[in-house]
Ligand binder design. Sequence first.
Ligand SMILES: Cc1cc2nc3c(=O)[nH]c(=O)nc-3n(C[C@H](O)[C@H](O)[C@H](O)COP(=O)(O)OP(=O)(O)OC[C@H]3O[C@@H](n4cnc5c(N)ncnc54)[C@H](O)[C@@H]3O)c2cc1C
Ligand code: SF4
Length: 828
Amino acid sequence: MNAQTRLKDMIPAREKLVVIGNGMAGCRAVEEILERDRDRYEITIFGAEPRVNYNRIMLSPVLAGEKTFDEIVLNTAEWYEENGIALVSGDPIDHIDRARKTVVSRSGRVTPYDKLLIATGSDPFIIPVPGRDLPGVVTFRDLDDVDRMLAAAERGGNAVVIGGGLLGLEAAHGLSLRGMKVTVVHLMPTLMERQLDEAAGWLLKQELERRGQTILTGADTEEIVEKDGHVGAVRLKDGREIPADIVVMAVGIRPATILARTAGIECERGIVVDDHMVTSDPDVLAVGECVQHRGTCYGLVAPLWEMCRALADHLTGASTGYAGSVTSTKLKVSGIDVFSAGDFSGGEDCEDIVMRDGARGVYKRVVLKDNKLIGAVLYGDTADGSWYFDLLRKEEDVSDIREGLIFGQAFASGGALADPNAAVAALSDDAEICGCNGVSKGQVVRCIDAGAHSLDAVRSQCKASASCGSCTDLVASLLSLTLGGEVESGPASMCKCTSFTHDDVRRLILEKELKAIPQVMQELHWTTPDGCAACRPALNYYLLCAWPGEYEDDQKSRFVNERLHANIQKDGTYSVVPRMWGGVTNPKELRAIADVVEKYDARMVKVTGGQRLDIFGIRKEDLPAVWADLNAAGMVSGHAYGKSLRTVKTCVGSEWCRFGTQDSTGLGIRIEQMTWGSWMPHKFKIAVSGCPRNCAEATIKDFGVVCVDSGYELHVGGNGGMKVRATDLLCKVETEEAALEHCAAFIQLYREDAHYLERTAPWLERKGLDWIKAQLFDDPDAVRRLAARFRHSQRFMQDDPWAKRAAGERRDLHGHLATVVPAGKEYA
Ligand SMILES: Cc1cc2nc3c(=O)[nH]c(=O)nc-3n(C[C@H](O)[C@H](O)[C@H](O)COP(=O)(O)OP(=O)(O)OC[C@H]3O[C@@H](n4cnc5c(N)ncnc54)[C@H](O)[C@@H]3O)c2cc1C
Ligand code: SF4
């Protein structure tokens, strides 16, 4: 025995630590262990990738050409050497033999361990569509993926990125900078829906589109189409086909658990670990994206650092433990500032504070619960992101700075809030108050002195705060500084989310050409993130009315009956009313209705006051099939659930009745064929009576025609509900054509002017019959123009919603359970 051998025997053998995964968590864990005890372990790291450890999050800047690979290397070959670490790269571990305490690599190398650390990260999720294995379909996870994308970009052409989350958008940004024509296909209605709310997601979409990317939201991939043995296009479920020379799948990640699972280690979604990152086998630990800790899998780096600290403590004899992480995210796309942290799903016990600056494209929202910050979303100005995140993590009580919280750290902690009016009082007379209309403080004050004692009056007299509303608080301060307690309240605002009235909003939608709900909210400085149950349906209607054919109906903004195209009943079933033109039916329709009643076990069929048949007791899941059966007999939706044209009731008229003066049934059918499907501020009922005996009760309808020998009397603004109101006579016309034209013109005037949920009767009383007559008759061309606008709008409205649902659209709404989208904690 020589001296050297004796010395070796005297030094206790170091424990063997084998690490599977040479990625961010595996290497950081080793660094932490070395920091605590350099000599405790003999360390071997196996890496599937044929390279040293690098900063995976910087792959996006590498793709975008902002960094090189060398610049993102975290641990060079020298580092492994200097620290006595054996790195086996490009040779993944295929098997863990827990009984023998060894790991076996793909090349057959068997390595024993005392402690094993699994840090295998995640695998990209591939959506199971035909064509997913074609050459040219790539994921975005490692440097090889980046190289594949760069090679495709060299050849130029079209790139389709499936997935509009963080990863997908960074891939899209990089490919676009590399010269490719990029389309992002995203299943959900808003981009980055896990990190951003609708308002911020919409701003992001606008900006990316401005930069030349095509963003398709609500787009479901059906197939990746082959061309010459390579990817050639992406086909969507709605039939659209987008040419593609490369397809990047960035739809999410799955913890890489296969090794652990096959070795019999407890796994759920991830490898289950305790607070010390120990798995169900005390000698096997796991860290990073592959683990599941207290039920959560993470996909961001910040939690990994905390996990690695707890793991290193444990492996070196301390026991601090990991308690889970609160996460925040940023998008790494140059020039676009996006930050999000915590929970922003909101709820009844939460309070939102929102600040919007339409001109600067800034949106900020913080969510409070029990006086603590629980979530934050920032778009356009993320300077205060870390401050909010700090408040959130420390769960600090923010009551003292609540007023200024949304303006950021400098403002909230600067004491400028002691008297918000003082700052306004200190402004000079020529200080600009309203940037949109160039109104100074002096002008506002003079306007108030001249008698404008409410916000509304100031708006209409000097235009301050009449455009985007961002200076509303300043004008309100000037009102109270100038008038003290004499400020008048003015007409009610649309809802608690805005200081604008319904009329203001309708006017500004047209003036500013606002064509989406998030755009209205951003430009008009809504004080809530997504509006409320009062303003969303109203905005949806106003936009539909203002931009027919351009604005796409927002189903989320509709009440349940309109979303489901049926009326929910007391017992949770639905009633279904097929359209019967003018109240006339035939054997085929009656047979189809009878069949539906029997087939779907409907409990009752009832003739309605509007002369239709109402089928009661249909289960939600049966609705599409019921509609398909009714469609097959030629019947479409009766819109009995909608703020829209309901029914046109008729009497038999001159064809059957000896008193009849005109063909009231025929006219009723023509009116119904002209008006069905039109969305309105409220429900709208029409009737046509063949003579003044008025059997169709035309004088308690929104629009009623009473036929007389010399023509047609047109009546408006009637109501037969709780507050009965007889119609006013609008005018008399001589021909059926003129009756139709006036009907269309009146409806369009109502559609364009009334407030959402205002029926014709209160609208007429608010505006006055004279005003309505003036709009229609002062200008001899007004009726024609209004009717033309109505007919144009009807080109896009007369589209049977039942047929689409019967064909499978929005199947999710008719299932037993709503689809739940989990809030994400990963970079996807
Ligand atoms: C393009 C991109 C951008 C990102 N940007 C951000 C960001 O801005 N902010 C943020 O917080 N997070 C970001 N992330 C997420 C972040 O990179 C991950 O959270 C982090 O890398 C996870 O570390 P990990 O060690 O668990 O997994 P990884 O870093 O993926 O490391 C796992 C390693 O294990 C290897 N491996 C797997 N199986 C075996 C096996 N059987 N044998 C040997 N080796 C194996 C893998 O090849 C890989 O090298 C981004 C991710 C990507 C892909
Ligand atoms: S309204 Fe006149 S035409 Fe019509 S059914 Fe009655 S009586 Fe006959």
